[in-house]
Design a protein around this ligand. Structure first.
Ligand SMILES: Nc1ncnc2c1ncn2[C@@H]1O[C@H](COP(=O)(O)OP(=O)(O)OP(=O)(O)O)[C@@H](O)[C@H]1O
Ligand SMILES: [Mg+2]
Length: 662
């Protein structure tokens, strides 16, 4: 050791001595009690005052420095006379230790304590150097900055990407605390370091489209293509039958006919099968597919099969399920809200290109897919979310984790509610499966919710990194506390009183639990739709009432069987004419008698469409676009007026771009 470092060390030791504030008087397992020194007027107030809750204290033992977080402060026997004579007690949760080498130099911080402090050991507030050691991530290659430590803003909060994503994470907090901003902040930080990532974000409020600039592939209801044949039996039943009383009966008909329709499609599209009769081909291939196998089939074939079955039954009463299914199929294929599933006139096996777009393979500069869910009617949203979550897991499963994928689920309590009577069973199952087994197949989950108490508790317990923001509801707080296994429990006491943009962060993605302050997000990357600024809006008169038409059109379009878009009356008339021309050619009539004939015609259109007239399914932009969706994208009222809508409340962003890694 040279003279300079020796003198440095001695000055550090002196400084540390000056910071000492008390001695250990009790150690029980992971807890310790410090009795603070009597108030000494000669010491500076900073060193002589009681530490705050959540502060990290350091206790020097023989071979290491043990760190404990202040979990409680008390004066067991308060006195009326003089505060100087009172005992001040500090309770600590022991979190980890910094081993020292033979020269007293710190090695690497580790969680847990192997050498406990002894009675009489002196305790002091941890120095900035020590905090840096404690809160640094050992594998800095895969760590990204998301904020700073509340105890000392000079200490960055880093998250270890592999641990964060590999073992799932959750962002919890009351509405308006900044959850969506944290999602954007964390994902942007990860994407900056990992431009070849594969993320998929379910965006129920269409708020994330601007957060990632041109790094995001935005999928809207009008350009989503999720062919109906990708659905499992359960999802198909939900869409085609729903919760009606004769569900079982109708479902059994589908269970019998869907595999046949799949076999029929396969036979018809296998060159060797040409020349065989329809029945022969069907018999040859029957039994290859289960009702859940994700292979194409045609609705027209299903209709033919239904019709054939109906023809072979003589009792009127047994015809009912067939008739119901037929009517439902006719209606749904014409319903523009379902055009993303049933809109393609031709059925192709485009599963690979659907997967490529959703999971960004190849990435093509857009490592994140944002699925905008506003615009889907609620019953459809359930199915879409179910199909997407299940496909994410299945893709991981069948690719054996070749392409790691992260699925972020906003408003997760909607999809995986605790209440067994709520939610959609297949969605719940798909998300639970990712939570429980996804890690083995490179599929990770990010859960965001404002109501942890309404979220299935098993999902939360699988999230190994948690960012708990302010929560005022006691039930929510209890649930989060119950989910915490490590020493951060005492930090939870802060949860009702934290500011916006603050969180208690704990779990495997962080070096140590702590109270953190998130970095500001640059203005251009903020999620859309901040809270409405009432005071701003209510001082301005609305002179242009055009937006009302747009509101009415959007409203109607979400529930009407025929979508009326945001077009002007003239545009609507034109589009009506065009749609009509197209539909008269191909859409089956609702009349049962004509249905079969029309579907037969449609089926022949499908098979006869020359390849050159078919959309290039591999082309990035076209590959998921079905026939021009009748559910034309509706302008928001703000767009209709050409104004910005509700103003987002201004935030303290002056230094945003400097502080936040872009
Ligand atoms: N890191 C941040 N940087 C900049 N502004 C922020 C940040 N976090 C929060 N805000 C501000 O707080 C507002 C609310 O944040 P956000 O929309 O993320 O809250 P939320 O918890 O997702 O709300 P909700 O539950 O309603 O979805 C934002 O509009 C933004 O102005
Ligand atoms: Mg939000």
């Amino acid at each position: 050791m040279n003279a300079a470092s020796a003198s440095n060390k001695s000055s550090t030791l002196k400084e540390n001595d000056a910071r000492q504030m008390g001695r250990i008087v009790s150690v029980t397992g992971s807890q310790a009690i410090v009795l603070l020194d009597p108030h000494d007027a000669s010491k500076s107030s900073q060193n002589n005052s009681s530490p705050e809750l959540g502060t990290l204290l350091a206790i020097r033992s023989s071979s290491s420095i043990v760190f404990g977080m202040v979990s409680a402060l008390s004066v067991p026997v308060p006195s009326h006379d003089s505060a100087a004579n009172e005992m001040h007690i500090v309770e600590l949760e022991l979190l980890g230790e910094l081993p020292l080498d033979e020269h007293g130099e710190p090695l690497t911080f580790r969680r847990g304590v192997s050498v406990y402090p002894c009675l009489g050991n002196r305790a002091r507030v941890a120095t900035r150097e020590e905090l840096k050691h404690v809160y640094s991530i050992s594998n800095t290659n895969s760590a990204v900055r998301i904020g700073s430590l509340q105890q000392d803003s000079a200490i960055p909060t880093m998250v270890a990407v592999d641990e964060l994503l590999g073992k799932h994470f959750a962002i919890l907090g009351t509405t308006g605390t900044g959850k969506s901003c944290v999602v954007a902040l964390i994902l942007r930080a990860i994407l900056k370091e990992n431009p070849q990532a594969h993320m998929i974000l379910l965006d129920p409020h269409n708020e994330y489209s601007s957060c990632f600039g041109n790094m995001a592939e935005i999928v809207t209801p009008s350009d989503l293509n999720l062919p109906f044949w990708l659905m499992t039996f359960e999802e198909t039943v939900e869409v085609l039958i729903g919760n009606q009383s004769d569900r079982e009966l109708d479902a059994s008909v589908l269970a019998e006919l869907i595999p046949l329709a799949k076999s029929y499609y396969a036979a018809k599209n296998t060159p060797s099968a040409s020349g065989c009769s329809r029945l022969q081909r069907r018999t040859t291939d029957s039994g290859i597919f289960t009702v859940d196998t994700p292979v194409p089939y045609r609705i027209s074939d299903l209709m033919i099969l239904l019709q054939e079955k109906m023809g072979s039954l003589d009792q009127r009463s047994t015809l009912a399920p067939y008739k119901r299914l037929k009517t439902r199929l006719e209606a749904i294929t014409q319903d523009p809200r379902y055009s993303f599933m049933f809109g393609n006139l031709t059925v192709h096996d485009d599963m690979a290109s659907v997967l490529c777009r959703l999971f960004r393979i190849p990435v093509n500069g857009k490592p994140i897919t944002i699925i905008e869910l506003t615009g889907f009617p609620s019953e459809v949203t359930n199915v879409v979310v179910s199909v997407l979550c299940r496909m994410t897991f299945d893709f991981g499963l069948w690719s054996e984790g070749y392409v790691p994928i992260t699925l972020i689920c906003e408003e997760a309590h909607r999809y995986v509610p605790e209440d067994t009577n709520l939610g959609f069973e297949p969605t719940k199952r798909a998300i639970s499966r990712i939570a429980k087994e996804g890690r083995k197949y490179g599929v990770s989950l990010g859960i965001v919710t404002q109501r942890p108490a309404e979220l299935d508790a098993t999902i939360l317990s699988q999230c190994n990194t948690v960012f708990a923001m302010r929560m005022t509801n006691e039930k929510d707080q209890e649930i989060v506390k119950a989910a915490i296994s490590d020493a951060a429990t005492s930090l939870m006491e802060f949860i009702p009183s934290m500011r916006d943009r603050e969180a208690i962060a704990f779990g495997e993605g962080l070096a140590l639990p702590g109270r953190i302050h998130f970095d500001p997000l640059p203005e251009h990357a903020l999620p859309k739709r901040g809270a409405a600024s009432f005071s701003d809006q209510w001082t301005k008169e609305i002179t242009n009432t055009e937006f009302i038409d747009s509101v009415v059109a959007r409203w109607r379009a979400s529930s009407a069987p025929e979508t009326i878009a945001d077009l002007t009356t003239q545009e609507l008339e034109n589009s009506d004419t065009n749609d009509h021309q197209e539909n008269t050619e191909t859409t089956p009539s609702r009349s049962p008698a004509q249905g079969l004939e029309n579907f037969d015609r449609r089926s022949s259109i499908e098979t006869q469409t020359p390849p050159s007239h078919q959309p290039d399914r591999r082309s990035e932009n076209l590959m998921l676009t079905s026939k021009p969706a009748p559910s034309i994208r509706l302008k928001s009222p703000a767009e209709a007026l050409g104004v910005g809508g509700f103003a987002r409340p201004s935030s303290n962003l002056e230094n945003a771009s400097e502080n936040t890694p872009e």
